[in-house]
Design a protein around this ligand. Sequence first.
Ligand SMILES: [Zn+2]
Length: 121
Amino acid sequence: MSFFDKLSSSLSKSAYNIGKKSSEMIEINKLNLSIGKQEREMEELYLELGYRVYLHFKKFHSITREDIDRYINEINRLAENIDTLEKLSLSIKGVKHCKGCKVEFEEDVNYCPYCGDSVRN
Ligand SMILES: [Zn+2]
């Protein structure tokens, strides 16, 4: 392989890697947007749950378990979605993550040096 062939081959490999990196970045950005949106939905549900509980107590001096369960189930569903999206984002980035303090680790660690939680990818 001539010098120019090698150069052109290594340039096209770099271009391929840059292309791959930017498509990964787009995927990660999409995931982060989706995570942010679902986190805001969760916050709204927390507020609504609190408000509903308040209104029920004010009016009826009680609240049914079913009323609360509807909100709990929806919040749990969003939390599971967010968890799945975060796992996907981490696997694209190829890093591990501490669930406790949200620090990301490039190297292979099993426990977070900051809080001692188990680290996963
Ligand atoms: Zn930690």
